[in-house]
Ligand binder design. Sequence first.
Ligand code: PMP
Length: 476
Amino acid sequence: MSKGDTDPIYEKKLPFEDEIGKLSDSEAPKILTKELPGPESKKILDQLYKLETPTIVGANVLPVVWARARGATVEDLDGNKYIDMMGGVAVNNVGHSHPEVVRAMHEQAGQVAHTADFPSPARIRLLEKLTQIAPGDMKGQSRVAFAMSGSDAVETALKIAKYHTKRTEIVAFQGAYHGVTAGALALTTNRVYKRGLPPSIPGVHFAPYPYCYRCPFGKEFPDCDLECARYTGDLMTKSGMGLADRPATVIMEPVQGEGGYVVPPKEAVEWIAKVARENDIVFIDDEVQAGFCRTGRWFAIEHHGVTPDLLTAGKGLGGDFPVAAVIGHKKIMDNLPTVWNPVTFGGNAVGAAVSLKNIELMERYDLCTRSEVLGGYFMKLLKELESTSKIVGDVRGLGLMIGIELVKDKTTKAPMDMDKMMWLIHKMRDNGVLVLIAGRNENVVRLMPPLVITKEHIDKTFMIFSSILKELERSI
Ligand code: PMP
């Protein structure tokens, strides 16, 4: 679909379209160098590979040296310009280096930046705002604990759940990603991140995530009678399932992120949350990736009509500045002990000022609606590909959190080989689009651009992706 085309979904006029359009570099994609990475980028990468541990992900998967980024576009050190379909891994929801964010960062840094966990006015304003935008019954009824990163927010939430219930075991989901610190890593299921390590904490049990394209019970929704959710309910409450007692908590991503952008049926999430509520099990909603308008709502759990007990936030909250938090219902948070959870950098004043500005921009630009409308438009284009391509098994998503699961054969659903997936994302980069993969089999192309992306950049990405996909299809 080209620029002039009207699409019913897109006819809804989005606010601040002209201002938003100017945030990105309209020249992208533009590749100038013969090879990628270009000569200047190569020098930096050589240094990086010598000096940093090999454990880093980005440069090992997709070598790009970021020199400048604005809106939904990135420029590398050699002047090549890319459309950013990864948004700093679902972080830059208001776009890279938004001028007002940069100003807020600068102004706050000139006043006070670090306060340990002593209060600053910015911190208080952010606390107020977070409790206002908290989902469902948490709205106005919550307290916040700041954390250092998504992993740390998960760690804090686990700690709170254990303290509250006086129980210790945890139910998480197959395909989950919750981070890399000890507790969070124990709940993370991709073996790549666990290589060479013993189990980091005991008492973790995994339930089947409601993943309808590859139903763990071989059933089809809605005739399945929510077998996966019922199984999870039993795991949490019945003897004979492996737990010594009810778990302290069940932790769930409202849309599975690293697991392949899997959208669970609302009914399944409702069921799991209901069993948790009836059995005094803390329901942790991990919104680190799906939160802050990414899915078309402030928090993805709102699609499921569930109020969690604890919610973990990171990524899009701070955007260009690292900020993370646990938002929790007062019924739990009010009873936590005093002087219990010191976090040296948590609630940093610059981070608070930046987060406030991010939230203000999300509200002003109505980025939730923008994400829903542009995501719906993008999904419609991609769904057409699903119906015509032999290798697009499943297109799914909410808002601008879209996964395209590639298979070698649509009948057997054999996952596309990893080397082909790597070829695809490198080819996308060579054509000026930065994109990453996810999924239990690493066979899902994941689209998570800044929410300020323009329709024009979505159209360009779609054209580039379709033609590379055809090339891949011919090679199978
Ligand atoms: N939870 C979820 C759902 C995530 O997607 C991530 C990061 N991908 C994390 C937790 C961990 O966040 P961080 O990398 O900031 O520690």
